[in-house]
Design a protein around this ligand. Structure first.
Ligand SMILES: C[S@@+](CC[C@H](N)C(=O)[O-])C[C@H]1O[C@@H](n2cnc3c(N)ncnc32)[C@H](O)[C@@H]1O
Length: 274
């Protein structure tokens, strides 16, 4: 808990005592321009090109899944707050929780991406543990978000995140996450550690997991999985929940269906109405 508060307070203090010119110029910039201000000699875990849109997309999906300003959200591996920025703005004070063990990424997000007045008003809570431990916040969450995390996490780490979801979420909660599905030219990752850049590694890379394996892990925990669809950049969104009826987005699908799928649905509806 001390770690959680310390980060918040130091950023708040810097804002209060910092150079007013900096604060003013930050407010004048778009989120994309702020991301472009990050140190270009370093990798912050996500591409800077398209930073603003990629972050906003995470909020859009949560909105379609029913997130409300009062929802409690935990963002696992929140990095430089690419998605966190929009969630912090949308959610009520104290409702956003971010876990990020790479301290420099997190503090860059807090000081370069987020506006000082938003930090003060929305009081986001952060923790730097590397065990995906959501219990540190002593809260039950309505949403778990792990975007571009299972594209680097080992099977053991995914199991921990699912166990923590069962332990620390409300009965109607939803876990939204993204994967790169394994296939014949994309072997399943069998390593035991995180693969990609982190607080411990500078080696970039992504890994693949089998949807069937994730489905089985969900079933063992009485969780229900829905494959929501694939983004243009290749990541596939999954939604996981205890309750079959509460799982999924508000719309039947937000992704364009393939021609074959549309044809199949048309045949099925014709058969039902006949
Ligand atoms: C590809 S980035 C995605 C960041 C963020 N979710 C987004 O969409 O912008 C993956 C993030 O996970 C963080 N990470 C690495 N190991 C982690 C761990 N054990 N627990 C939580 N986050 C971790 C990395 O430092 C990095 O910031």
């Amino acid at each position: 808990m001390a770690r959680t508060c310390a980060l918040h307070c130091s950023a708040w203090f810097r804002t209060k005592t910092g150079d007013c010119g900096d604060v003013y110029s930050l407010r004048m910039m778009t989120v994309q321009q702020r991301a472009e201000q990050l140190d270009t000699t370093k990798f912050f875990g996500v591409p800077i090109a398209g930073f603003e849109n990629a972050g906003r997309r995470q909020l859009s999906l949560l909105l379609m899944c029913g997130v409300e300003p009062t929802s409690k959200v935990v963002d696992l591996g929140c990095g430089v707050l690419r998605g966190g920025y929009w969630l912090i703005h949308f959610l009520d004070s104290g409702c956003y929780h971010g876990i990020e063990p790479h301290r420099e990424r997190l503090s860059s997000g807090v000081t370069t991406i987020l506006e000082p007045e938003t930090l003060e008003a929305k009081r986001p809570r952060f923790d730097v543990n590397a065990a995906f431990d959501t219990a540190v916040f002593e809260t039950r969450f309505d949403f778990f978000l792990a975007y571009s995390i299972w594209t680097h996490a080992s099977k053991a780490q995914i199991k921990i995140m699912l166990d923590n979801f069962v332990r620390d979420s409300t009965p109607g909660a939803m876990f939204l996450t993204s994967i790169l599905p394994a296939g014949w030219r994309r072997p399943v990752y069998t390593g035991e550690k995180w693969f990609g850049t982190s607080h411990e590694s500078d080696m970039a890379g992504c890994i693949y997991h089998s949807v069937k394996w994730i489905k089985d892990e969900c079933r063992h925990r009485n969780l229900h999985l829905v494959v929501l669809g694939r983004e243009r950049d290749g990541q596939t969104w999954l939604s996981i929940a205890r309750d079959y009826n509460k799982n999924g987005v508000l719309f039947r699908t937000i992704w364009i269906e393939s021609r074959w799928w549309r044809l199949l649905r048309w045949f099925r509806s014709r058969r039902q109405s006949a």
